[in-house]
Design a binder for this molecule. Structure first.
Ligand SMILES: [Zn+2]
Length: 509
């Protein structure tokens, strides 16, 4: 969400394929016995074999997506997903499996959204409310639709006074690249601000996907309610409105969006651990998010990575070797509302942050993983590159200083912890992003199995390394990092900066 800033050219990684090595005798986890001589490089071939072979991965993901389905934060489905994760972590054999509850400020569910075209002629319009949009007044609203072009100053100027009391129709480009996506999160809140200033009573966003495909997300941060009712209109329907308006016809509609908005509701993160043998209180965190949107079943975003991490836990456990430090697996909720679960986790575990060596996050779908973004932490790049050499044969070769405030690494970065976010080929991510089409059939299971191996090796390598990859930064150092990377400006633009300044998010002064 929100922003993505390129902070430097990709660092060139040394490529040293892992040498196959025979696995030694297995040692049961928790027995207190360990094989300190077995390095990650020694273990990697066995982990790869275990990840690529027969596993519960596909069936686990099928249950999460097909049986449980879309899992909006705070919903009964999200709770069922948490139970699923607990059960599957248990089957993976790891320790200390539990949920950690937290509150989100507002619960939300779409009502029976309906649009009636009153003029010039009735026709069916496909639309959905965006997430966390307020409801329209009881009985709905009757209003003109006004074309504000791309929603820039020129577009609103051209529409002029007609926007007051009307619904602003905003044109969009088709989403195809990661840049398009970060651009959307940067630009749309600004457009919304213009619509409010112009006196619009609602906004219609043209779908960024063709063929009547609809999707849902929110623009507000920190779980807040949106400032104006907003809906996504099927691209074809929105274009039809635009053509009618362009030819001088009046478009008048009745919009009813009776969304259910509640007070604070409970949500939960799911946590599991492989306890380290030497310094169990120091740990590497492997994370993905369990919540999703609900038009589809959250397969690419981010269900595949939940199932992937659970299977990585199985692979590490079944290797029979215990790393020096602990590996903690956390499946967050509230990500889609502004990384609320990871923020809650970082806050609740503030006292443990000195022991958190790195937070490694997977949240870019199912396209091949090519490396990791290090969010500006130049000081850790050599150590990370060396540690992850055993994963080079799986394609992990690219280490960049890029960073973004768009996924669950964000609050750990704000705690001064080094973070790694998997860099992935977009593959089929953009077309299906938050859409009705984000379903099980979009996931390439063979690819996902490779990612299980990558996650297992990454977690083990970082946890088993004799030293840390880098220090925890002080608040002053974090602030300098934000400035150096330009993330501070992004945080000012989208409203995160006051949360950092007040200590609501990030390391305390
Ligand atoms: Zn996601």
């Amino acid at each position: 969400m929100f922003l993505s800033l390129v902070l430097g050219a990709p660092a060139s990684a040394q490529i040293i394929p892992a040498q196959p090595a025979p696995l030694g005798p297995k040692v049961p986890v928790g027995s207190g016995v360990c094989s300190p001589e077995k390095s990650c490089a020694d273990l990697a071939p066995g982990m790869i074999q275990s990840a690529l072979g027969a596993s519960p991965l596909e069936e686990n993901l099928r249950i999460l997506t097909d049986t449980i389905g879309g899992r909006v934060t705070g919903s009964p489905a999200a709770h069922r997903a948490a139970n699923w994760a607990v059960e599957k972590f248990r089957a993976a054999g790891v320790d200390d499996i539990h949920v950690e509850k937290f509150m989100i400020p507002i619960g939300w569910k779409e009502g029976a959204t309906h649009l009636e075209v009153l003029s010039p002629e009735p026709f069916v319009v496909h639309l959905v409310s965006i997430g966390w949009s307020p409801a329209t007044p009881p009985g709905g609203v009757t209003a003109n639709v006004v074309d504000v072009g791309a929603g820039d100053d020129a577009g609103f100027a051209k529409a002029g006074d007609a926007t007051r009391g009307a619904i602003a129709l905003v044109h969009t480009e088709v989403l195809t690249t990661w840049n398009d996506l970060s651009n959307e999160y940067t630009v749309h809140p600004v457009i919304l601000g213009r619509a409010i200033k112009a006196g619009a009573l609602a906004v219609f966003w043209m779908s960024t996907r063709p063929n009547l495909l609809l999707y849902r997300h929110n623009l507000s941060i920190n779980g807040e309610i949106e400032r104006l009712p907003q809906a996504i209109l099927a691209r074809e329907d929105a274009e039809r409105f635009a053509r009618l308006l362009g030819s001088g016809r009046h478009v008048r509609v009745h919009l009813d969006m009776p969304n259910h908005v509640s007070g604070p509701v409970e949500s939960e993160n799911v946590v599991a651990e492989v306890r380290g043998r030497e310094k169990p209180d120091e740990f590497v965190l492997l994370g993905a998010h369990l919540d999703s949107w609900d038009l589809g079943t959250g397969a690419l975003d981010d269900g595949c990575n939940d199932a992937m991490l659970i299977d990585a836990a199985r692979v590490i456990h079944s290797s029979g070797t215990i790393p020096r430090r602990s590996i903690r697996f956390v499946l967050f909720t509230g990500e889609e509302q502004g990384m609320l679960g990871s923020a809650a986790y970082a806050r609740a575990h503030r006292d443990e942050m000195d022991g958190l060596l790195a937070a490694v996050i997977f949240d870019d779908g199912n396209g091949p993983i090519t490396g990791f973004e290090l969010a500006g932490r130049k000081d850790v790049s050599t150590a990370v590159r060396e540690a992850l050499q055993p994963a080079a044969s799986l394609g992990v070769k690219e280490f960049t200083l890029d960073g973004a405030g768009d996924t669950d690494n964000f609050d750990f970065m704000l705690q001064g912890v080094p973070t790694l976010v998997a860099i992935q080929d977009p593959a089929n991510y953009m077309l299906n992003y938050h859409a009705a089409s984000d379903t099980f059939d979009k996931v390439d299971i063979a690819e996902l199995k490779r990612h299980v191996a990558i996650a297992a090796i990454t977690g083990f390598a970082l946890a088993d390394r004799p030293g840390r990859i880098g220090p925890r930064q002080s608040r002053a150092e974090i602030e300098q990092l934000l400035k150096d990377t330009g993330l501070d400006q992004g945080m000012r633009d989208d409203g995160f900066w006051p949360l950092w300044q007040s200590g609501k998010r990030g390391r305390l002064p």
